[in-house]
Design a protein around this ligand. Structure first.
Ligand SMILES: CC(C)(COP(=O)(O)OP(=O)(O)OC[C@H]1O[C@@H](n2cnc3c(N)ncnc32)[C@H](O)[C@@H]1OP(=O)(O)O)[C@@H](O)C(=O)NCCC(=O)NCCS
Length: 386
């Protein structure tokens, strides 16, 4: 029997038509290679693909985008709740509570039909960026910026953070980042959303479960930890002295932004963000953060992927999706408190795709078993005698 200590690694708990993560370093959404999507698609196209199972035609995409922008604005009641949060609230806690409140304002509350769930998914995808941007501004004592319905999800999100239209390279980087983080099969937060809605709970309850699971540093917090590491190291020249002892001492210390629970080869998502990190550095005339990250990659590769270690059955260690997203975000002036909420903006698309799939008829409630290993045959002792 698989136990909790095994973390359900390698256990297949069901079938899905949404995302194929292959340990040898391949990733597909609905059969489309992530490299093609990152190179050619927009985030909205990918959301359509994830939810409806096919790429949209031009007319379908235009209609879908129009539906999304029409849902950008938040109900006044939700804004009032966000305004009430302490300014030092943890951003993921604030997002969790904001999304929970949003569910009570949805006109389809209580309606769990497939059509209503597509509408609710669309509202979640449209409004979560507005919540994240409002939380960020309110935490700084600034007024939220109203969304711009002439901008797509990535451009509008960046605009709402500052009130100024972002550089086109920032917008494309954000769009690619959203595409790359959109789905990743049964990661912890997506599994949490499916467990929740398998009880026929509503899609907002599922999304709140997903946000809660994502908030943990072992899931959504890796980009922030990577940036903290880069800031602590400080310069490309200081990388060697910082990283090498972590991987050569008695006990190896995991380097943030490296390794993956499924991939045993380079994470295909890192390729695109490595390039964007370099381009952003070049735009600003200083590629220091990109250079530092690639220097770390070289040392991790030298000390982890040795013939000896691999022959001994150790897994190869490579940069994961968060390795270069950290420096991309930092180059775009995005504060570290935004890193995990931005992951949530993107992953909302995957969460909703999986919840929509989970709601299909014939799906069972998810109820595994635990192997009982506690004490047995205990004798009842009255409370006064304990
Ligand atoms: C993601 C992660 C939890 C997956 O871990 P895992 O598959 O369970 O791997 P394990 O923790 O069992 O480690 C297996 C081996 O790989 C090494 N390893 C794993 N991640 C490593 C990392 N980030 N840096 C260096 N070595 C690493 C371990 O040292 C271990 O080697 P050892 O047996 O010689 O000590 C892990 O790689 C990690 O903590 N990464 C850093 C955090 C991160 O970036 N998370 C985001 C993932 S998208």
């Amino acid at each position: 029997m698989t136990t909790q200590a095994g973390g359900l690694r390698g256990v297949v708990v069901g079938e899905s038509e949404i995302c194929d993560v292959q340990p040898e370093g391949n990733l597909y959404y609905r059969g489309y290679n992530i490299h093609d999507l990152a190179d050619h698609a927009t985030f909205e196209e990918v959301v359509f693909l994830l939810w409806k199972g096919k790429l949209p035609t031009e007319a379908e995409l235009a209609a879908f985008k129009a539906e999304i922008v029409a849902e950008y604005a938040l109900p006044e009641g939700v804004l009032a709740i966000l305004r009430d949060f302490p300014t030092n609230a943890v951003s993921m806690d604030a997002l969790r509570t904001g999304v929970s409140a949003l569910g009570m304002y949805d006109p389809d509350t209580g309606n769990n039909t497939p059509e209503a769930n597509q509408r609710k998914a669309l509202r979640l995808q449209a409004k979560i960026p507005t919540i994240v941007a409002a939380i960020d501004r309110l935490s700084k004592g600034l007024e939220p910026v109203a969304p711009r319905t002439d901008l797509g999800l990535a451009a509008n999100f960046l605009y709402m953070l500052t009130g100024v239209e972002a550089d086109p390279l920032y917008v494309r980087t954000m769009d690619i980042d959203f595409i790359l983080h959109a789905d990743h099969e049964l990661n912890a937060s997506t599994f949490a959303t499916r467990v929740t809605v398998a009880t026929s709970a509503d899609i907002y309850s599922g999304t709140v479960s997903g946000i809660g699971a994502l908030s943990g540093p072992r899931h959504g917090g890796a980009a922030e930890e990577t940036m903290q590491m880069l800031l602590e190291i400080g310069s490309p020249e200081a990388v060697d002295a910082w990283v090498r002892p972590k991987l050569t001492g008695e006990k190896r210390t995991p380097i943030p932004g490296f390794g993956h629970a499924v991939y045993r080869a380079p994470d295909p998502r890192a390729t695109h963000l490595r390039e964007m990190s370099k381009q952003l550095g070049e735009l600003h005339g200083d590629t220091k953060w990109w250079q530092m990250t690639t220097n770390i990659e070289s040392i991790v590769d030298e000390l982890s992927n040795t013939p000896d270690r691999l022959a001994a059955g150790k897994q190869g260690i490579y940069a994961n999706v968060d390795c270069f997203s950290a420096s991309c975000y930092y180059e775009m002036g995005l504060g570290m408190q935004l890193f995990t909420p931005m992951f949530a903006i993107s992953r909302t698309s995957g969460w909703c795709a999986h919840m929509i799939e989970q709601y299909k008829p014939g799906q069972k409630i998810i109820r595994p078993r635990a192997e009982y290993v506690g004490p047995v045959d205990q004798t009842w002792v009255p409370i006064a005698d304990r």
